[in-house]
Design a protein around this ligand. Sequence first.
Ligand code: GNR
Ligand code: NI
Length: 168
Amino acid sequence: MAILQILEFPDPRLRKVAAPVTVFDENLKVLIEDLFETMYGAEGIGLAATQVNVHQRALVIDVSENKDSPLVFINPEYEVIDAELAEYDEGCLSVPGFYETVARPRIIRVSAQDTQGNQFQREAGELLATCIQHEVDHLVGKLFVDYLSTLKRQRIRYKLQKEQQKSA
Ligand code: GNR
Ligand code: NI
């Protein structure tokens, strides 16, 4: 197991579109384990492979209180079941320190595969629905800051770039 480095906005690698997973092998199991270790280590509730510079359609989530409900989604696709919007204060491990309200469809139905390649479906609402949409966005190079005004996004980019220069 390994803790992987998380890319930070505005790193252009966060804009890459992930390719479908076609091989369900040991490498994939190791990637999923590393995503969980990295996510739990950073106290996140989700992590997409894109964020650790792996451009494959894989993500992990655990929205449970006790961090004991790991969820894996390989090649996820979702349809909106209830398009009424729900607002959450969103954060992102790739946009550290910033939290902004984002409105997204409140109920979705996800189709995905597990680590062994078995197809499954589940309906999601509340924070899980928001988190799945946030993670699937990562797989197509989209970030929650893209839903904010240009002014807010530019302010966030400026502040993060200043931080990154200090630590570089
Ligand atoms: O840890 C995270 N918290 C969070 C809160 C509200 C909506 C989405 C998220 S996902 C985020 C972890 C992350 O960056 N996943 O990509
Ligand atoms: Ni994120």
